[in-house]
Design a protein around this ligand. Structure first.
Ligand SMILES: Cc1cc2nc3c(=O)[nH]c(=O)nc-3n(C[C@H](O)[C@H](O)[C@H](O)COP(=O)(O)OP(=O)(O)OC[C@H]3O[C@@H](n4cnc5c(N)ncnc54)[C@H](O)[C@@H]3O)c2cc1C
Length: 388
């Protein structure tokens, strides 16, 4: 016999679009869908925001001279516009422009790639010789082979605040956002999409999956393997504060091995200290069974980079954390329709560099989930590239 309460909890509620995963990309998608008057439901397995996925750790770098691939630059241009709009509409400070300093050998992927992206898109930048670097940024100690690339239009986004702000804006525009409601299974048919959580069954015309490190589990049949990796970040108490203050010190990225490097930010209020992390996929893990304990040798590796290159930044350890990358096979994002299911859209594989794009990805997904296409130049991020 089915009781009244059971009946209520099993009621199938219908939406235009369900967004699964209200993290970086999902919160933005809910916001841009709700602003268009779309009936949207956002389902998140944890709280919003939370510290178990990819959007915690206080800071994310935004930069324009995109060494990874010049095709990201037009998306970044739109992302910046949307960040400004979100700050205006919410009244929240979400982005600090600090300038960005990228350090490496002239032929390094970082410097050569940043120069190539800038030339292709006419972006302003400055190359700093080793001597100029020492004069302008004496905080760094670098081999004489290294030079600097500086761009004004780089800075720091505050990720937890961004996710909370997008979710709040979405609700303000009428979205239903539900935290602590994990999506168990789902199916897509000719009549619509059904999404089940432990307490409810929902239906919608379309669904958007923005599950971050859980995307591989949600999208078992989309034909691409995503590798989830465990990334360590740490904050140290600097020996001196003034050289690293906001307004004096830039966001920085130092290529410490070919194609990869360490990075960090100026000191910001609300931060536990001077942050450093390595941008390189680390140990492969399972998003539901992550070792969240940071090991002393992992701290020592980060400390030794600071000791060698930014000696005044390294003092006692203040905090450390584990974060998850979800890596696509080529380290580029995946934004597309599900290969077999017409009503299903997905955005995943952000490979440790997606946050700065979350505004524009949200806008693109809102386009895709409503009209099935977008004017934003995302063709290079489609699944079909893996078929070649
Ligand atoms: C240490 C670190 C440093 C980084 N630094 C930068 C940087 O400086 N600049 C930059 O641009 N990018 C950076 N990134 C990358 C960027 O943060 C990620 O690319 C981005 O956050 C990925 O967004 P996402 O929405 O895919 O994942 P998330 O923000 O993790 O969101 C996915 C959400 O889906 C939810 N979910 C999953 N499965 C389910 C389910 N079954 N039911 C309900 N909800 C579900 C998850 O709980 C999660 O909240 C960094 C990442 C890390 C880890």
């Amino acid at each position: 016999m089915v009781t009244g309460q059971q009946e209520r909890s099993q009621v199938q509620r219908r939406f235009d679009v369900i967004v699964v995963g209200v993290g970086s990309m999902g919160a933005a998608t809910c916001c841009y869908l709700a602003r268009r008057g779309v009936r949207v439901l956002g389902l998140e397995q944890f709280g919003i925001p939370h510290a178990l996925g990819a959007h915690h750790g206080h800071t994310r770098m935004i930069r324009t001279a995109y060494f990874e691939h010049p095709d990201y630059v037009p998306l970044l241009e739109r992302a910046y516009e949307l960040w400004g709009e979100l700050e205006d509409q919410s009244g929240e400070k979400l982005l600090h422009l600090t300038g960005g300093l990228y350090l490496g050998d002239q032929q390094s992927e970082l410097i050569a790639g940043a120069v190539a992206a800038s030339k292709q898109h006419g972006l302003p930048y400055q190359i700093l010789t080793h001597a100029e670097l020492q004069q302008k940024f004496p905080q760094f100690r670098l081999p004489t082979s290294q030079q600097g690339f500086f761009e004004d239009r780089a800075g720091v986004l505050l990720p937890e605040k961004v996710v909370a702000t997008f979710a709040a804006q979405a609700m303000q525009y009428g979205a239903e956002i539900r935290g602590h409601e994990p999506v168990g299974d789902w199916e897509s048919g000719s009549q619509g999409v059904t999404v089940r959580t432990p307490s409810n069954t929902y239906q919608a015309d379309r669904v958007v999956f923005t599950g971050g490190a859980w995307s591989g589990k949600l999208l078992v049949d989309c034909g691409v393997q995503l590798a989830v990796t465990r990334q360590v970040l740490a904050w140290f108490s600097p020996r001196r504060i003034e050289p690293f203050a906001l307004g004096t010190f830039p966001a920085w990225y130092l290529e410490t091995e070919s194609g990869y490097g360490h990075y960090g930010f100026p000191l910001l209020s609300g931060q536990p200290g001077f942050k450093i992390a390595l941008h390189k996929p680390a140990t492969v893990t399972d998003a539901d069974h992550v070792n969240r304990q940071v090991q002393p040798q992992e701290i020592e590796q980060l400390r030794s980079v600071l000791r060698e290159h930014i000696p005044n930044a390294v003092g006692p350890l203040v905090s450390a954390s584990v974060c998850l990358y979800s890596n696509s096979p080529d380290s580029h994002f995946i934004i597309d329709r599900h290969p077999q299911k017409n009503r299903v859209w997905l955005a995943c594989g952000f490979s440790g560099h997606g946050f700065k794009f979350s505004s524009v990805v949200g806008e693109a997904l809102a386009d895709l989930a409503t009209v099935g296409t977008t004017d934003l130049p995302i063709d290079f991020l489609r699944l079909s590239r893996f078929e070649k």
